[in-house]
Design a protein around this ligand. Structure first.
Ligand SMILES: [Zn+2]
Length: 211
């Protein structure tokens, strides 16, 4: 997958930070940029006065982007927590300006509108809600890792690609890959000459018409 799509400096529902002089830190895979724009549009509908702020993604073409260990593949997106005053500025989860309710809603929206693999963020309330896991250095931003287009998904995964799968299978689309979804996948695989393992990899995506 190519890493050559640049996030606009601002858009519906979002602004940017730590972008680099020419936006060199905000390149991603097309699917990553599409997901960010989709979250922005949905966020703006509910919170028009509190745009979120996207930080570093990847360098054009990918590769190491110190000091990050990740951010190499155009699928990692840093996002500032939301401030009560709606400003695009730094905020720590311990600051009075930190808007826990809106930040929690924003992270939940990422899970619903994007193919999210994991979120790193240290607010214990957000962790308790099952929306993030703790990681050193994630008190002033949350880190979203997205799955690539056509990535393998299986039971316990969550995200917009799971919802897309469910729609294709004609089952309820809640974006959560539970036992019912696994059973529907196995039935689909059995009916299409695939190994019925309930895991959606390249061959199953292809049989579903998604590549
Ligand atoms: Zn990060």
């Amino acid at each position: 997958m190519k890493i050559e799509t640049q996030l606009p400096e601002s858009g519906v529902g979002f602004g940017t930070n730590n972008r680099g002089a020419s936006g060199e830190f905000q390149f991603g895979q097309q699917s990553t940029i599409d997901a960010a724009l989709a979250v922005g549009t949905a966020w703006n509908a509910a919170h028009p006065d509190h745009p979120f702020s996207i930080g570093q993604i990847s360098l054009k073409g990918g590769g190491p982007m110190p000091p990050h260990l990740s951010h190499r593949l155009g699928v990692d997106v840093d996002v500032r927590p939301v401030r009560k005053d709606g400003k695009n500025a730094r905020v720590l989860i311990t600051d009075p300006e930190y808007d826990r309710a809106r930040t929690t809603a924003l992270i939940d929206l990422w899970w619903r509108k994007a193919p999210v693999q994991l979120v790193l963020f240290n607010d214990t309330t957000v962790i308790g809600a099952g929306l993030s896991r703790p990681s050193p250095g994630h008190a002033n931003h949350f880190h979203v890792r997205l799955r690539m287009r056509g990535a393998t998904i299986k039971i316990k995964d969550r995200g917009s690609d799971v919802a897309e799968l469910q729609t294709k299978l004609g089952i309820e689309s809640d974006g959560r890959f539970g036992p019912g979804t696994a059973q529907a996948v196995e039935d689909f695989q059995a009916g299409h000459g695939l190994i019925p393992d309930g895991v959606v990899g390249r061959d199953t995506w292809k049989a579903l018409g998604i590549t």
